[in-house]
Structure formats: structure tokens, C-alpha cells
Design a protein around this ligand. Structure first.
Ligand code: PLP
Length: 465
């Protein structure tokens, strides 16, 4: 689908320059080297439709990342726009404190509870994935305190995890600058290895299944290191996204689940990326048959149109909250905001009406995976992995034996920059290129995406040669 932007979204060169100057002066960007960004000037997007974005200079980009893994239903869907406009007119705001509710939050909580694994049916809303994880970590502490074991505040997390940027969510994340730049983590955390079979340092030796068990059994090392009665909770993404799209070997999740049960550890599944159909299942937990105690979700809940997240509790934690016998002192001004809840409901309706989860599972997902694997013969392409509409291309210096680039990351960045220059947005995590397109991507658009990725990889390889 090619949709041309109306002319007024192409700004004059003077206007683009003016916005870039204001941006450099006043706007701190997330996860950016601000000086480098100011020197280069921000890319200013003015319009989006379907799977495409346009910048202020009229350039078109195929969005291979669905924004930040979130625009499941594609850009510019009237149903979501209508839901927002209607609700802004009818109930622009009211809160869910003080025994109040409204149809939007209530209906949405019930709809989410229908989709989650059995028993996870008690929902608290927030505005971002970070806040959802903050809520989950607080609810886990609340649970342990209610159980009379307040010392079980330690958390097992994983290297390369991305759980968000609030002090608590960053504390349990495993990408070092996220916690190291901001003083001591506020949550006592033990990080175990990521289930990254292809990763640097793991090469050779173990089969994926053996490695999956080894990685899972790190929980026991963490328990030993923390000492008795300390660890109460584990937090993990079913598939690690921002850490490099790490899909665990088949043996991993059953063993993690078994060990959590054996040691009475609450499991928080962070479904912020893997939720709402991205893997071809409503949640990544269903793909791997995980039964978490708490699930967190954001992004796909509203397809990114408005900020909203949810923390969904299973019976252990929900009962502790329901039976607290006192006010549970947690919640946000925007918990269950009527406008965001209405947009989420409209988004879920589109996903269901158009059968988008099934489309990812049975049609466009398998096609995307098949086409992605046609890149495997290209220079420097090591592993290609993915599921549903998640894909990763891992670039290495040599494939046999596996040798990574030194320094890591320069090649990934070069290929990503070639892709952007050619009109494809993808992400680079080190030397891993990541794709996560909208669910409405057509077969022809997948072909275009793969052709652009191919061109970018070849250009990167030429630079390197
Ligand atoms: N959890 C995961 C798995 C994420 O990928 C992200 C963001 O990318 C977050 C949590 C944090 O979400 P937010 O940026 O909405 O706070």
C-alpha cells in the first residue's frame, strides 16, 4: 500500500532547520547522545499511514519496527482516532481513585483478563511499560510483606533485560548503562545470564537445549548468592527484545518455571514487547506455556496511539491485594484514563475483527520468517532468528567458526544507517538487526522490507571489506 503524504506535511527547508535548532536547544531525547544529535539534527517525522512514515523533507520510510515495537494495527486507523475523539467529548477525564470507575477502564480490564493465561485476571492500569513493571515489583513486595516474609525483596533478573527506566524498572534491567549511570540500584537484584545461545562467549560446546537448561539453572546460583529467605521474585521477558531479540531454547522456560515453583519465587512476565499478538499468540507466555504470577503489558495494548500499560495479577498476588483489609497505597492519576482505555478497546476490536493475531500466526508471520531467512547467505550474516513478526539478523565477522566483530556494534550501526538512508527503519542492538513490523504489513511490503534489508547488509559488507 503506497499512500502519498499531503503536501503540507513536507516542510520548507527553513522550517525544518528552525525545528531542528529548537529541538537541539530545548528537547532532551530518550537514549540519545544529545551532543551528537544536536550536531546532526533530528529527523522530523510529520505523517504516518499504514506501515509508512514520512519526514519533513518528504522522504518515505517503511517502518520495520512499528515505532518502538508497538504500532500493531498500523498508523492512522480511523477506528482508534474516532474512539479517542468520542471519549474526549463524553468523558475527557476522570480518575479511578475513591471508589470511582467508568465503563472504559472496567470493560478493558475484563477484556484483558479474557486474553491472559488462566487465573491472571486482576488488572491495574498505568501509563507506560516502566510504570507497569514498577507496579509489578511493588505488588510482589506487597505480597511478600502480606505473607509475613518482608525480607524476600531480592529480585532475580537477567543480563540484557529491558524492563524500563523508572528507578525500579532500571534496577532490574540488564543493559548496564540503564542502572550504572544512576547510582546504586534501588531494588536488590541478581542478574543471571541471558538465554542467548548464539551470543559472544557462548560459542561452541553446548547444544541449544543443553544451554537452555544451563541458563535456566542460574536461578539456583542466584538463590545461593543472595542467601536464604531473600529472593522473592523473578522478572523476565518471554523473549528479550531490546537486549537483542533473544529467543530462548525450548528447554529454558519449562526449567525456569519448575525452579520458580520449587523455590516459591513469584514470576513476573514482562510482555511489553511480546504481548498483543506479536508472536502469533496473544501473549508470549502462551507461546512458551508460561504461567506467570504477574504479567505486564503496554505498547500493543493501544498500538502506541496513546500511552497506556497494565499490570495483571494472578490469584496469589490478587488475593493479597483484595484481602489486604486496608487501602493499598498505589496508583496513578492516569490509571485507567478513559481516553486511553477507549483507544485500547478500539485497538483490541480491530485486532480481533481483522484476525490479526491469527494473521501473524498463520499467514504474514510465517511469510515474513521465510523471507527473512533468504538473507542467510549474505556476507556476515550469522544467525537469523524470529517468531511471528519478530525477526533478528545477527551479523558476525566470520560465521564458521563464529567470530564476532571487534568492536561490537559498529557493523550493526553501519547497516542500520544504510537502511535508514534507503527508506527502511530497523533497529541495531550491537551487531544484531531487529525487525518488528506492524501486523497489517502486506506480502508485497514484506518483500520490499527484505529487499531493503538485503541492500543495507550488502552496503555494510562493502564498507567493511
Ligand atoms: N519492558 C520491555 C520488555 C520493553 O521493551 C520496554 C520498552 O521498550 C519497557 C518495558 C518499558 O516501556 P516504556 O518505555 O513504555 O516505559
Amino acid at each position: 500500500m503506497t499512500v502519498m503524504p499531503p503536501n503540507d506535511t513536507v516542510l520548507t527547508p527553513q522550517e525544518t532547520a528552525r525545528l531542528r535548532a529548537l529541538d537541539a536547544r530545548h528537547h532532551m531525547h530518550p537514549f540519545s547522545d544529545q551532543a551528537a544529535l544536536a550536531a546532526q539534527g533530528a529527523r522530523i517525522f510529520t505523517r504516518a499511514k499504514g506501515c509508512y512514515l514520512w519526514d519533513s523533507e518528504g522522504r518515505r520510510y517503511l517502518d520495520g519496527m512499528a515505532g518502538l515495537w508497538c504500532v500493531q494495527v498500523g498508523y492512522g486507523r480511523e477506528e482508534l482516532v474516532e474512539a479517542a475523539a468520542r471519549t474526549m467529548r463524553d468523558l475527557s477525564y476522570y480518575n479511578t481513585f475513591f471508589q470511582c470507575s467508568h465503563p472504559y477502564a472496567t470493560e478493558l480490564a475484563a477484556r484483558i483478563a479474557e486474553k491472559t493465561p488462566k487465573g491472571l485476571d486482576y488488572v491495574m492500569f498505568a501509563g507506560s511499560g516502566s510504570e507497569a513493571n514498577d507496579t509489578a515489583l511493588k505488588m510482589a513486595r506487597f505480597y511478600w510483606t502480606a505473607r509475613g516474609e518482608p525480607n524476600r525483596q531480592w529480585v532475580v533478573a537477567r543480563v540484557r533485560a529491558y524492563h524500563g527506566v523508572t528507578l525500579a524498572a532500571a534496577s532490574v534491567s540488564g543493559l548496564e548503562p540503564m542502572y550504572a549511570q544512576f547510582g546504586n540500584p534501588v531494588i536488590p537484584t541478581l542478574r543471571m545470564m541471558a538465554p542467548y545461545w548464539y551470543g559472544p562467549g557462548i560459542e561452541g560446546g553446548m547444544s541449544p537445549d543443553e544451554f537452555g537448561l544451563t541458563a535456566a539453572r542460574q536461578i539456583e546460583k542466584a538463590i545461593e548468592a543472595a542467601g536464604p529467605g531473600k529472593i522473592g521474585t523473578m522478572i523476565a521477558e518471554p523473549i528479550q527484545g531490546a537486549g537483542g531479540l533473544l529467543i530462548p531454547p525450548d528447554t529454558y522456560w519449562p526449567e525456569v518455571q519448575r525452579l520458580c515453583a520449587e523455590h516459591d519465587i513469584l514470576l513476573i512476565a514482562d510482555e511489553v514487547v511480546s504481548g498483543f499478538g506479536r508472536t502469533g499468540h496473544w501473549f508470549g507466555s502462551q507461546l512458551f506455556d508460561i504461567q506467570p504470577d504477574i504479567m505486564t503489558m503496554a505498547k500493543g495494548l493501544t498500538s502506541g496511539y496513546v500511552p497506556m500499560s497494565a499490570t495483571v495479577m494472578g490469584p496469589k498476588v490478587a488475593d493479597a491485594v483484595r484481602n489486604a483489609g486496608t487501602e493499598v497505597a498505589h496508583g496513578y492519576t492516569y490509571s485507567g484514563h478513559p481516553v486511553t482505555a477507549a483507544v485500547a478497546l478500539a485497538n483490541l476490536e480491530v485486532i480481533e475483527r481483522e484476525g490479526l493475531v491469527e494473521r501473524v500466526r498463520d499467514d504474514i508471520g510465517p511469510y515474513f520468517q521465510e523471507q527473512l531467512r533468504t538473507l542467510s547467505g549474505l556476507p556476515h550474516v550469522g544467525e537469523i532468528r524470529g517468531v511471528g513478526l519478530l525477526g533478528a539478523i545477527e551479523l558476525v565477522r566470520e560465521t564458521e567458526p563464529r567470530r564476532f566483530f571487534d568492536p561490537l556494534g559498529r557493523m550493526g550501526l553501519a547497516v542500520r544507517n544504510h537502511a535508514t538512508a534507503n527508506g527502511l527503519i530497523m533497529r541495531a542492538v550491537g551487531d544484531t538487526l531487529i525487525l518488528s513490523p506492524p501486523f497489517v504489513i502486506s506480502h508485497a511490503e514484506v518483500d520490499e522490507l527484505i529487499a531493503l534489508a538485503r541492500k543495507a547488509i550488502l552496503a555494510g559488507a562493502d564498507d567493511y571489506a
